[in-house]
Design a protein around this ligand. Structure first.
Ligand code: NDP
Length: 283
């Protein structure tokens, strides 16, 4: 039976450490503050945003929410971001995705000042990640790496396979693993013979958004399985992309959903806000 990679408990420990760092910042009159922009009424986004605000509250990070109407124009959205870029009391800006289709999210990410880009989606920060330079890393891949490190699981030299190539998870995940000296393969919906590739993975990261997509026969025995997916099954329960009950019988380590990468993602957001507040020349 696989060891469960307990993201919830690991995230709790990380938050405890961060709390101390935040106290130190406050003693220097730096009060970390996160601004969250949400456009429209996406129900899943509302839950994610609520979890982020709860984490801020717990850690004593100030928090300001900007709830924009579904029909806001691109110009209005960019104006708000520019305004928040200029505000000296705000250290981090997060634009919750998805946003309505008539808006250009890439343009919006580009407008967020790289120094305040706590989600690591500004092209400058993405570029630095690709170049292996110190930067703000997007929270989910950052959380995956941190969880592996907290369990002392070596990454260097391992065969890592990522399923999913989104800009927010799959692609930055590829570079995070590469920067840790793994040999990385990335798969997507056009990949042929997926199972043959996933069976070579010492570390398999799954981020596609399909319940029970990864089955026992797709994984290498004794491998490490990281399930990023957040879905609802037929009973309406939250589940990942991996058939957990079957795969845990063959893997050496596995993340649960919920309680795996989800809490790690939020902990890394807090880590990034502390980093921007520390570095901030604007505070
Ligand atoms: P996207 O829908 O943006 O991307 C999904 C990716 O999966 C695409 O690259 C797609 O390929 C690939 N894919 C879809 N079907 C298949 C298939 N049959 N075989 C191989 N690849 C496939 O999703 P996200 O990256 O935004 O999110 C993925 C999952 O992770 C979701 O469940 C989401 O809720 C969850 N998530 C969890 C977070 C957390 O904190 N734990 C944070 C962010 C996301 P192609 O590019 O070819 O279309």
């Amino acid at each position: 039976m696989a060891v469960i990679l307990d993201g919830k408990e690991t995230a709790r420990r990380i938050r405890e450490k961060l709390k101390k760092n935040i106290e130190k910042l406050k003693a220097k009159n730096i009060f970390p503050k996160l601004a969250v922009i949400m456009v429209g009424e996406d129900p899943a986004s509302k839950i994610y945003v609520k979890n982020k605000s709860k984490a801020c509250e717990e850690l004593g990070v100030k928090y300001e929410e900007f709830l924009l109407k579904e029909d806001i124009s691109q110009e209005q959205l960019l104006n708000l971001i520019e305004e928040l870029n200029k505000r000296r009391d705000i250290h981090g800006i997060l634009l919750q995705s998805p946003i309505p289709k008539h808006l250009d999210i890439n343009e919006a990410f580009k407008t967020i000042l790289p120094e305040k880009d706590v989600d690591g989606f500004n092209p400058i920060n993405v570029g630095k990640l690709v170049l292996g330079q110190e930067t703000l890393i997007s929270c989910t891949p950052f959380g995956v790496i941190k969880l592996l490190e907290e369990y002392n699981i070596p990454i260097e030299g391992k065969n890592a396979v990522v399923i999913g190539r989104s800009n927010i998870v799959g692609k930055p995940m590829l570079h995070c693993l590469l920067n840790k000296n793994a040999t990385v393969t990335i798969c997507h919906s056009k990949t042929q013979n997926l199972k043959e590739i996933t069976k070579t993975a010492d570390i398999l990261v799954v981020a596609i958004g399909k319940p029970k997509f990864v089955t026992k026969d797709m994984v290498k025995p004794e491998s490490i399985i990281i399930d990023v997916g957040i879905n609802r099954n037929e009973e309406g329960k939250v589940c990942g992309d991996v058939d957990f009950e079957e795969v845990e019988k063959v893997a050496s380590y596995i993340t649960p959903v919920p309680g795996g990468i989800g809490p790690m993602t939020i902990a890394m957001l807090m880590e990034n806000i502390v980093k921007t507040a520390k570095n901030g020349k604007f505070c």
